[in-house]
Design a protein around this ligand. Structure first.
Ligand SMILES: [Zn+2]
Length: 167
């Protein structure tokens, strides 16, 4: 399932969060949960499931499986304020039909479902990333501190958390 970490320079966490949530809404995600993880970090969970289903069903009619299970997916993201910008960490995960929980391969998913889930989550991932870039959001690579695993801006020479030189 798609996962990524990005550094977005020169932006406030709350402002970015509003843009991020509007991008999710544009792509048919509904925000279900938003909570402060710490003073500088917010967790957002959004659920997707609807329109693309019809499109997918049309494409995969030969497999009866797709008719009984609607496709759903979720986005789980953390938005954290760091010096110089914001760090976004984001997953797009397949969700079970009735519960907003991650699917567990071979327990709740058939192999065929797994295949479409992957196609769906990859497609949703690309849509969200493209929408963010279209809004002028600069998605840069995060530099992780080898010492304390803190996430730093791409041009950081010293870790914002432990102060060690990170090149
Ligand atoms: Zn560090």
């Amino acid at each position: 399932m798609p996962y990524g970490e990005f550094f977005i320079p020169n932006i406030d966490m709350q402002i970015f969060l509003r843009m991020f949530e509007s991008v999710l809404a544009e792509n048919k995600f509904k925000v279900k949960e938003r909570k402060m993880v710490s003073q500088n970090e917010i967790f957002v969970k959004a659920v997707w499931g609807s329109k693309l289903k019809a499109f997918l069903l049309k494409q995969i009619m030969p497999f009866a499986n797709f008719l009984k299970s609607a496709q759903r997916a979720g986005c789980e993201a953390s938005v954290a304020q760091v010096p110089g910008g914001v760090v976004l960490r984001m997953y797009i995960v397949p969700y079970m039909e009735l519960f907003d929980k991650k699917e567990m391969f071979l327990l709740s998913q058939s192999v065929v479902e797994k295949w479409t889930d992957e196609r769906l989550t990859t497609e949703l991932w690309e849509k969200v990333i493209n929408s963010l870039m279209q809004k002028g959001i600069q998605l840069m690579q995060v530099k992780m501190c080898p010492n304390c695993k803190a996430r730093n801006p791409p041009d950081a020479r010293y870790c914002v958390s432990c102060g060690k030189e990170i090149g």
